[in-house]
Each structure stands twice: as structure tokens, then as C-alpha cells.
Design a protein around this ligand. Sequence first.
Ligand code: NAP
Length: 376
Amino acid sequence: MPTLGFDAGKQGSTPLARVFLSGIRASDLLATFGGMTETEPAIDLHEPTLPEVRMHVAMPNAPVEGKISATALCMRGKSASFTRHVEIDIEGTTLEGTFRAGQSFGVIPNGVDAHGKPHKVRLYSIASPSWGEDGFGRIIATTPKRLLAERAAQTPKDDALDHSLFVGVCSNWLCDQRVGSSIQLSGPNGKRFVLPTDPNAHDYLFLATGTGVAPFRGFLMELLEGPPARSPACATWTRCTSRIDLVMGVAYTNDLLYDGWIRELAKKHANFHYHTAVSRESRSDGSKGEYVHHFIDRQLSVSDGCMEGLRSPRTLIYICGLAGMQVGVFQTLVKHNITGFTKVGVELAGIPSSAWTTEQIKRRVRPTHRCMLEVY
Ligand code: NAP
């Protein structure tokens, strides 16, 4: 794994900007969760060591200005879920060279909200490897999707008859921007959803729903493709030989993101396996569509299914996408007696896992240091 030669002198000037984590054990971070009694020991010899990351170099109240350098739809086919691959040039800003694959950055869209106040920052995962799209950390990418929905009353105070079109604020704005447009940015954000210092010490299960695939594009480039020729990371990079599985969940086949590129990658690298879970189309055997955790369940229910790596202590799980997707995944792991990825609160001891409610799982089942979660 290359290091990008992070320069402590480039850190920002606010107290938060000075946060600089080095060689942390993931369990140190888990200790901050608090509030829940656990039934499993806190230390596991297979816990990953996480690399140094920089955070909050540019704060949302003092953002830097980047420029859109590329923008293109990235769905597999014609789809009503317009999702773009957007590249942003951050050369010469304090953000240049600061990101790790898996981290996020903030976007502050132009304009004001319904109350006339400037829009607040929204976070997007970088879809790039740590060396950026260009090899020098000067261009970062992300994967925004236009949000289109009808209004629906949420509280008795809302207009019950209003079902007019609602478009999300920031992702729509980001998708509208042309090459050359200016964009206000903050970051980096996030310290846990990153690859371990020694990638070959672990195997990987990446679970994505929709645009949650963004960080996995960066991870796969970093683990398998390597940096562009003549970039600094070339000197130290070696291809990861561990087993890597990606399960990508989408509503329709046409919604699959970066699909052509991912399929080519799987053809080139025998240690990488790409699986799809399509929820609103029947499967080839006529059975109904499925979510990511249904796919895992199906594989674990047959001998030698492709998810057997979950029984190995080398494996790390990374989950990215819709809030709540971890519930089905955790239930499936418990159902198949797979340990090491979840900590179960003592409150659930004695209750069969099949009887746990979604609320109990959300409150009482936590990921361990071998399970990284990035859900919104
Ligand atoms: P989406 O199209 O709404 O959903 C993707 C797939 O997930 C669909 O097949 C959907 O099925 C299925 N799904 C729904 N509920 C699920 C559950 N509880 N468990 C498992 N699968 C479930 O996804 P999206 O609109 O792209 O949204 C992705 C989410 O990822 C957003 O919330 C976004 O904030 C978050 N995210 C984005 C980034 C980024 O950088 N862009 C990074 C991290 C996270 P049905 O619709 O058929 O029910």
C-alpha cells in the first residue's frame, strides 16, 4: 500500500483541522461507541490496523474552491435513476493530496434554502483511490444521484393534499454542474471506512446499495489496478492478492453503476468476484428479486457458496449505502452463526436471533472492528 506522503504542515488552522491519526487500531475507535454492554471481547487478534488519515483540513465555514473537470452518467443502461460520475479538480487547494480512498468530502451547493439561509454542507464519498484520478491527488471523484420524489405529508401540520414533485438539493445541483463550474468543498471526513495498512493481511467483502458503490470503486482501483504510470505511488504499490467480493444491490439491472468497468476488472483478476442483487427484477430461475443480504443468505445456505470467506477471521466487511441495509446483513450473519463482525448487547441474550426486531438490531447489534459501516 503506498503512502501519499501526507504533509502535516499542510493541515488547516482550526483545532479540528489538527486532528491527525496515526497507525490506530480499529478497536481504539470502537471504544468511543459507548452506551452498550457487549457480550464479546473487545480485542480480536485479526483486527485491522488502519492507516493514517487527515481530517477537516478545510472546514465547511471556510471551504476551498474546486472545479468540475469531468461529468458523465455512469449507469449501465437507460434508467430513471440518473447517477453521475463527477470529477473535481482540487489542485492548489489545501485539499490536494489529503484524501484516502473511502473518506468523504463536503459540498456546499450555491444558493439559499427555503428560509433564505445558505445551504448546508452535504457529504459525498470519494470514488477515487488515495492517489486521486490523476495519480497525484489533484482530482477526486464522486457518484451523485438525482433525487426525484413526490411530496408526502410527514406530520399533521403538513399539507395532506400536496404530492408535487420534490427534487433533492445538493445531488441535483452537483449533477447539473458543467465542466469548469466552481464548487465549494470541505473535508476530508471519516477515519474508519478506509483500507487497512496491510491490504494483503485480509480478505474483503464489499456490500453496496446504489451509490454506496462509490468508495468501492476507489478501493478496487487501489487494491487491483494500481496508480497511473509515473505517479509517486508507483514506487511502493503492489497488487493485492487477497480474495475480494463485491455484492452490488440495485433496483433494476440498468441501474448498476460502473458495471462495465467492474466486470472487466473481475475478468482480469481471478481473486476479485463481482455479484449483483437486483431487487425489482425476477432472477434467471424465475424467483423474485433480492437484496444484498438475501444474496448472502442464499450463498451461505448451499455448501461451498461464494460467501464462505465470511467464516475466515481474515475477512473484513465494508457496508456502504442505504441506512438500514446493515440490519438484514447482521440478521443473516447471526442466522448462519458467523461471528467476528457483530457485537450483540447483553439485552438480547436469551432471545433467539430470529425474534430480534429491526429496532433491537439497530440499537443492540453493533459492528466490530472487522465490519466498517458507511450508511446514510
Ligand atoms: P436505491 O436505488 O434507493 O437502492 C439500491 C438498492 O437497495 C435497491 O435495490 C433497493 O431496493 C435496495 N434496498 C432498499 N432497502 C434496502 C435494505 N434495507 N437493505 C438492502 N437493500 C435495500 O439506492 P440509492 O438511491 O443509490 O441510495 C444509496 C444510498 O447510499 C443513499 O442513501 C446515499 O446517501 C448513500 N451513500 C451514498 C454515498 C455516495 O457517495 N454517493 C456514499 C455512502 C452512502 P428497492 O428500492 O427495490 O426496495
